[in-house]
Design a protein around this ligand. Structure first.
Ligand code: NAD
Length: 290
């Protein structure tokens, strides 16, 4: 297949490389990042899109996705698929899909989880929204770039799944970090805390697979000076998207709201920018009640 790839940053570059390694012809465009080996450099997003069976976008936010979609949709052949893997707001995903479909294209929103490591290893999870036909067309590429793709329903539902998942993740990470900091002050050793909680009802991915305490549990960014991993800035972005969506549909999400406020404080007013999102633990360690 001929694939156009727009957005070759931390995630897009390794995803494009995996498509090349699997034998696809990939034409890439990025405003700043270089094309990885084997990806043909296109002069513009429209050039990458022209003549492609599938155009993948992996961009920072919804405003940029809208602008890129306006450029690539007219350049794409009827029946081709616009596959957006960025994390953007649900409304933006639905608008872009509607524009693509009005132009005779297929569209899928398929944000990912698994981070840069998953993008490199080809083990991402895709959460996809779109028609059955559009999902079927994307599936062979999901199988190369990821280990699992869930068809979550119509356009926008991939983004809905992503922000709901990450709202849970943000909340459980904060709860895990504050509990470790409390355990410290109560004189409970961290390895004992891990042993109990990871096999008890307080277990979650945040402690079992991504333990925020260094030297405890499986290897995680905590063991690497809290170098991301999944950056606190990106968690803040996803929590904000969850709260914008909750606002739009009048959903009551008090824990999500509290998590968004805490990550905002951490990233914008403290030292959280550029650190892993599990660096909430050293933040709580230094603090006192009230
Ligand atoms: P990134 O900033 O490394 O890459 C984005 C790329 O888009 C950059 O190289 C930038 O130059 C390029 N770009 C911006 N505007 C452009 C335009 N108009 N035309 C062409 N290229 C343009 O970001 P990333 O970490 O690769 O993340 C991409 C998306 O994936 C985001 O939506 C992010 O929320 C999501 N995501 C990231 C991770 C992660 O761990 N990094 C995990 C899951 C999801």
């Amino acid at each position: 297949m001929r694939v156009g790839f727009v957005g070759l940053g931390n995630m897009g570059a390794p995803m494009a490389s995996n498509l090349v390694a699997a034998g696809h012809e990939v034409a890439g465009f990025d405003l700043a990042a270089p094309c990885p080996d084997g990806v043909a450099h296109a002069g513009s997003a429209a050039d990458a899109a022209a003549g492609s069976d599938i155009v993948i976008t992996m961009l920072p936010n919804g405003a940029i996705l809208r602008a890129v979609a306006d450029e690539v949709i007219p350049a794409m052949a009827k029946g081709a698929l616009l596959l957006d893997c960025s994390t953007v707001d649900v409304e933006c995903a639905r608008e872009v899909a509607a524009k693509a479909e009005a132009a005779g294209l297929l569209a899928v929103d398929a944000p990912v989880s698994g981070g840069i490591g998953g993008a490199e290893a080809g083990t991402l999870t895709f959460m996809a929204g779109g028609t059955d036909a559009a999902f079927a067309k994307a599936k062979p590429l999901f199988d190369i770039m990821g280990q699992k793709a869930v068809h979550c329903g119509p356009s926008g539902n991939g983004q809905a799944a992503k922000i709901c998942n990450n709202m849970i993740l943000g909340v459980t990470m904060i709860a895990t970090c504050e509990a470790f900091a409390l355990a410290d002050k109560l004189g409970l050793a961290r390895d004992k805390m891990f042993d109990v909680v990871s096999t008890s009802s307080g277990a979650s991915w945040s402690i079992n697979a991504y333990c925020p305490a260094p030297g405890v549990g499986p290897k995680s960014p905590a063991d690497n000076g809290y170098k991301p991993g999944f950056a606190a800035d990106l968690m803040l972005k996803d929590l904000r998207l969850s709260q914008a969506a909750a606002e739009a549909v009048d959903a009551d999400t008090p824990m999500g709201q509290a998590a968004a406020a805490l990550y905002e404080q951490f990233v914008e007013h403290e030292d959280g920018k550029g650190r892993d999102f599990s660096a909430m633990l050293p933040r709580f360690e230094k603090r006192h009640r009230g």
